[in-house]
Ligand binder design. Structure first.
Ligand code: AMP
Length: 430
């Protein structure tokens, strides 16, 4: 059998995680979880419910939303499932969430959800850019009130603040709506076509699919042409301009600073009206986007639902943590246990005492493998627990254990077995 043969061939290989994918280990994993907890807390305060959608979707879900984006056309992990269905590992979560919205048709609007989880993009890996990375995000479907835009952007902003980040810039733009976009598209297309020969080869290709996306080019040879390109803001209808003004005014009333970035188009095709990005000035320019989002008023409809306005954002967890490192904020949680248990009796006393303490909410590490006292103490010192419980034969026979203050100067005392949990509970609480 082919499968068995290939199993044999790899039997002795030493594996590594795939390129662009990482094992995130303790304490970084705890740090990442703490970040997600902080996000969940903020989202909960604003009435967002948690959504956990599948990591793989029908390929069509993503094709429908990004026909002219590299994320969808070039970088997607898509394959044929065993039954022949074309499926894809999600490169982003907005499309999945909107698919879920259309599928479940929630009765009360607006529908507000938050999410977290891994995304997959077959990009060229580099610092801050991975093939599997994590995002936290929110989506709101069913309202186009500018107050929703403001709430969404503010939640992102407050989250960075909650982590202690100070070097974040909010870039803001409006991409117009169905009424004003076609005129802008035409103007942009005419402008780029007239100068097509000066554009990079890549941008010439992009121009064929979506002139708007040429604005997103980071290539040096395109920059001068992009700089003089027509701007969406000059094409906004009165209604869209008013919506945008209300969003700006809302942000101002919250004291949230922003920069208008008239060429901000973002990576996916579905954005309309309010569009924004959060950039960290603490990170290298190339990978300094720590989050972004915007309105996608046509997305529900293009995924087979009723016309429903929507807005959301996704924040890049891995990059946020790099930015936190650069700013020296939001360190990994301290995982030092409260107590280290040492035992020289060879009985089950260490197992029982460790269990009792843990049940009382005290974190405990211990030595294993029947090592001698000296080597157990070495481990205890390395672990740096502030308290050590030493189980000695004579003491145990008399119903006692020794409690040692490993950092302070209170030395060691004999404590009755029966009082150990209570004694340590007060000490640990202090
Ligand atoms: P996007 O869905 O492209 O708007 O991405 C939202 C955020 O996810 C970005 O601002 C980044 O912080 C993060 N992100 C996107 N792609 C990657 C990647 N390949 N590796 C790490 N983070 C990423």
């Amino acid at each position: 059998m082919q499968f068995a043969a290939s199993l044999n061939a790899v039997a002795k290989s030493k594996f590594q995680a795939l390129r662009g994918m990482r094992d995130i280990m303790s304490p970084d994993a705890e740090r990442q979880r703490a970040l997600v907890d902080a996000f969940a807390h903020l989202a909960g305060l604003s009435g967002y419910g948690h959504i956990m959608s599948p990591i793989v979707e029908d390929l069509g879900v993503f094709l429908r939303v990004g026909e002219s984006t590299d994320v969808v056309t070039k970088e997607m992990y898509d394959f044929e499932d065993k039954d022949g269905t074309r499926i894809a590992m999600r490169p982003e979560l907005t499309a999945s969430v909107v698919r879920a919205f259309v599928q479940h048709n929630p009765p009360s609007l607006p529908w507000k959800v938050w999410y977290e989880g891994p995304q997959f993009r077959h990009e060229r890996p580099q610092a801050g850019r991975y093939r599997q990375f994590s995002q936290v995000g929110i989506e709101v479907l069913g309202s186009d009130d500018p107050a929703v835009d403001v709430e969404v952007i503010a939640l992102g902003w407050r989250f960075y603040q909650a982590l202690g980040m100070n070097e974040v810039t909010l870039l803001l733009n409006s991409l117009g709506d169905d009424t004003c976009r076609p005129q802008y598209f035409d103007a942009l297309e005419t402008y780029f076509r007239d100068r097509a020969s000066e554009l990079s080869e890549k941008s010439q290709e992009t121009l064929e699919k979506n002139p708007l996306r040429v604005l997103d080019s980071k290539r040096a040879e395109d920059q001068a042409i992009i700089a003089d390109a027509p701007l969406m803001v000059d094409f906004l209808t009165d209604e869209t301009a008013e919506h945008f003004a209300a969003v700006r005014s809302g942000l101002e009333s919250l004291g949230i600073p922003y920069e208008i970035s008239p060429r901000l188009v973002r990576g996916l095709d579905y954005y309309t009206r309010t569009t924004f990005e959060f950039a960290s000035t603490a990170l290298e320019n190339a990978q300094n986007a720590v989050g972004g989002g915007g309105r996608y008023d046509g997305l529900a409809e293009s995924l087979g639902g009723k016309p429903t306005p929507g807005i959301g954002f996704a924040l890049g967890v891995d990059r946020i943590l790099l930015a936190c490192d650069a700013e020296g904020v939001f360190p990994a949680p301290d995982l030092t246990p409260d107590v280290f248990v040492l035992d020289v009796t060879g009985t089950e006393a260490a197992t029982v005492i460790a269990d009792e303490l843990r049940m009382a909410g005290i974190s405990v590490e211990r030595a294993y493998d029947g090592r001698n006292m000296r080597s157990q103490m070495k481990v205890a010192n390395r672990v740096e627990a502030p308290w050590a419980v030493i189980i000695g034969e004579t003491e145990l026979a008399e119903g006692n254990v020794t409690l040692r203050d490993m950092h302070g100067d209170s030395g060691q005392t004999l404590v009755s077995r029966d009082e150990l949990v209570a004694t340590l509970s007060t000490k640990v609480a202090n």
